[in-house]
Design a protein around this ligand. Structure first.
Ligand SMILES: Nc1nc2c(c(=O)[nH]1)N[C@@H](CN(C=O)c1ccc(C(=O)N[C@@H](CCC(=O)O)C(=O)O)cc1)CN2
Ligand SMILES: NCC(=O)N[C@@H]1O[C@H](COP(=O)([O-])[O-])[C@@H](O)[C@H]1O
Length: 214
């Protein structure tokens, strides 16, 4: 399927860059129709402009509440008729209306081996817990924050002298591998939700999530 991908960002957009590169290499069928940021200073906007991808900014602080912001985001996103909406370092919790609007075609990458460490500051939490491994997960987005069904993960070792920053950098390398794979699978029609369980090529991933190990 050659379709439309809309990417939402809030910051650096390094995962966006990995997806841009993968589309350019012809590995992902489809195109990034737009990159939308809730922060006007997001470096990811420059990455998109350098790749001649349309950019839009919708500053969440300019809206009275989350519901109104999301309603305006929906109106903007729908201009591009997306087959897939990709959250890439997008740092706003989305309302039920937004999640319902794009159910089954809204994905996120989260810097932990879900279901461990939903929410923020995941690397610091993993280090403080004394974990020996950490990683990243790509999941469908649901109302439950970072609780949606996961369909690909990557793991990395946690080193004794790791700081949240060194661990984040190691995880990010793996994120840049699994996110383009996840988008490719979706755009090829290979990954689908059936009864809220991800299936790859028709095979259930329940208890069998693909895991890349660094
Ligand atoms: N309804 C959902 N919304 C979002 C999900 C989700 O699974 N369901 N995933 C997140 C992505 N995310 C972690 O992967 C995440 C993003 C933002 C926050 C958060 O607490 N945001 C605060 C603001 C923080 C800030 O501006 O720095 C907020 O929205 O009030 C937690 C986790 C994307 N949305
Ligand atoms: N809760 C969402 C979240 O923490 N996302 C994380 O933001 C970092 C920067 O992403 P980017 O370089 O793609 O902007 C990435 O590690 C991503 O997993």
């Amino acid at each position: 399927m050659s379709g439309s991908i809309v990417v939402l960002i809030s910051g650096s957009g390094s995962n966006l860059q990995a997806i841009i590169d993968s589309v350019k290499a012809g590995d992902i069928p489809g195109q990034i129709s737009a990159v939308i940021s809730n922060k006007e200073n997001a470096y990811g906007l420059q990455r998109a402009e350098q790749a001649d991808i349309p950019t839009r900014v919708l500053d969440h602080t300019e809206f009275a509440n989350r519901e109104i912001f999301d309603a305006n985001m929906i109106r903007l996103i729908d201009e591009y008729q997306p087959d897939l909406v990709v959250l890439s370092g997008f740092m706003r919790i989305l309302t039920a209306d937004f999640v319902r609007r794009y159910a089954g075609k809204l994905i996120n990458i989260h810097p932990s081996l879900l279901p461990k460490y939903q929410g923020l500051h995941t690397h610091k939490r993993a280090i403080e817990a004394g974990d020996s491994t950490h990683g990243a997960s790509v999941h469908f987005v649901t109302e439950e924050l970072d609780g949606g069904p996961v369909f690909i993960q990557a793991s990395v070792p946690v080193e004794q002298d790791d700081t949240p920053e060194t661990l984040a950098a190691r995880v990010l390398v793996q994120e840049h591998k699994i996110y383009p794979i996840a988008v490719k699978w979706f755009m090829e029609g290979r990954i689908q939700l059936q009864d809220n369980i991800p299936h790859l090529d028709g095979v259930s991933l329940a208890g069998n999530i693909p895991l890349l190990s660094a």
